[in-house]
Design a protein around this ligand. Structure first.
Ligand SMILES: Nc1ncnc2c1ncn2[C@@H]1O[C@H](COP(=O)(O)OP(=O)(O)OP(=O)(O)O)[C@@H](O)[C@H]1O
Ligand SMILES: [Mg+2]
Length: 299
């Protein structure tokens, strides 16, 4: 399946044919390292480049719960520069399961935005969710809507065969397979959680303001007589009303006044708030997932 290729050959092949490059692999496969290195090399070669980071859990562009777009700009792809996204799309969860639709539509939206802005090399990073019906389905629908020129698969031991087979048979992409090298470091669950908390905390450390929000600004719309206390600590996506997410915030319920406040480093340009599906505090610590259907007592 595909061509087994050495890393250097893959970089050369891609740099000679800039386009949409879709990175595919299980967790800790080297996707992000490869993507950032490709972005550096493409920028150095004078190619307008963008990274679309659709990994919502181990996000490097923008905060967790979002898909982030970063243009090559001055070619600074340090972790700090990458965190400062040029555009965001809100998903509201740190894991894909149950959130396929905003993941697919958001990735498509930001990839299109990168194209419209003149990026020729667009590198799409993804979560490590590649197996089972849902994992395969997610990758298929993403590839179907993005129509990537290249799919680069990072394979350890056959785990990618099903999804790469799908890429091969159902998309026009050229599929390239890279064997994951022994140097690629596996991170523990705790390290992943710590990384995510730090990404959240860094985001909120940039001077968070706090202001009152009306219960009418949400998507989905709150049912009548809704108990606002249920929204305490929920992550929300801040939307500008023109289709762009300008940042994320955390809701706080004030029981004395029965009102909601929002904490966020973003202070302007917000018209509506999208409800996420996790609770956190602004130090980034998770307070667990939320099932909106349960909160709303509806399907
Ligand atoms: N070619 C390489 N040589 C040496 N180390 C590497 C190489 N590629 C990746 N690594 C290291 O392996 C680890 C995992 O790599 P990376 O984060 O790129 O994987 P990933 O597939 O994006 O993982 P995730 O599932 O967390 O998104 C990192 O610590 C990275 O520095
Ligand atoms: Mg990654």
């Amino acid at each position: 399946m595909g061509t087994h290729a050495a890393l250097e050959e893959v970089y050369e092949r891609l740099l000679a044919n800039p386009g949409v490059v879709f990175l595919l692999g299980a967790i800790d496969a080297g996707k992000t390292t490869f993507g950032v290195e490709l972005a550096k090399r493409a920028t150095a070669a004078g190619i307008e480049t963008a990274i679309v980071d659709s990994d919502i859990g181990q996000s490097v562009v923008g905060p967790p719960t979002t898909i982030g777009l970063k243009y090559s700009g001055f070619g600074d792809f340090s972790p700090a520069a990458l965190r400062q996204s040029d555009s965001l799309s809100f998903v509201g969860s740190v894991a894909p399961r149950g959130h396929m639709l905003p993941l697919v539509t958001g990735t498509a939206k930001l990839t299109q935005r990168a194209k419209d802005s003149g990026a020729r090399m667009i590198i799409v990073d993804t979560t490590g969710f590649v197996s089972g019906l849902s994992g395969q389905g997610l990758k298929y629908y993403k590839m179907d809507v993005l129509a990537p020129d290249f799919v680069v698969g990072f394979e350890r031991g056959g785990e990618l065969e099903p999804v790469l087979g799908v890429a091969q048979r159902f998309t026009p992409a050229e599929v390239i397979e890279i064997e994951v090298g022994p140097d690629v470091v596996v991170r523990s669950v705790d390290e992943r959680i710590t990384f995510r908390e730090e990404q959240f905390a860094t985001y909120f450390a940039e001077g968070a303001s706090r202001w009152r929000v009306k219960p009418t600004v949400f998507m989905p719309t709150l049912p009548p007589e809704f108990d606002l206390a249920l929204l305490d600590a929920l992550v929300v996506g801040m939307e500008d009303g023109k289709g762009t997410c300008v940042g994320i915030g955390v809701l706080e319920y004030d029981g004395r006044e029965d009102i909601l406040r929002m904490v966020s480093p973003v202070t302007a340009g917000v018209r509506g708030l999208r409800l996420g599906s996790i609770r956190i505090d602004t130090s980034g610590r998770s307070r667990g997932p939320v099932d909106l259907k349960q909160l709303f007592q509806t399907e």
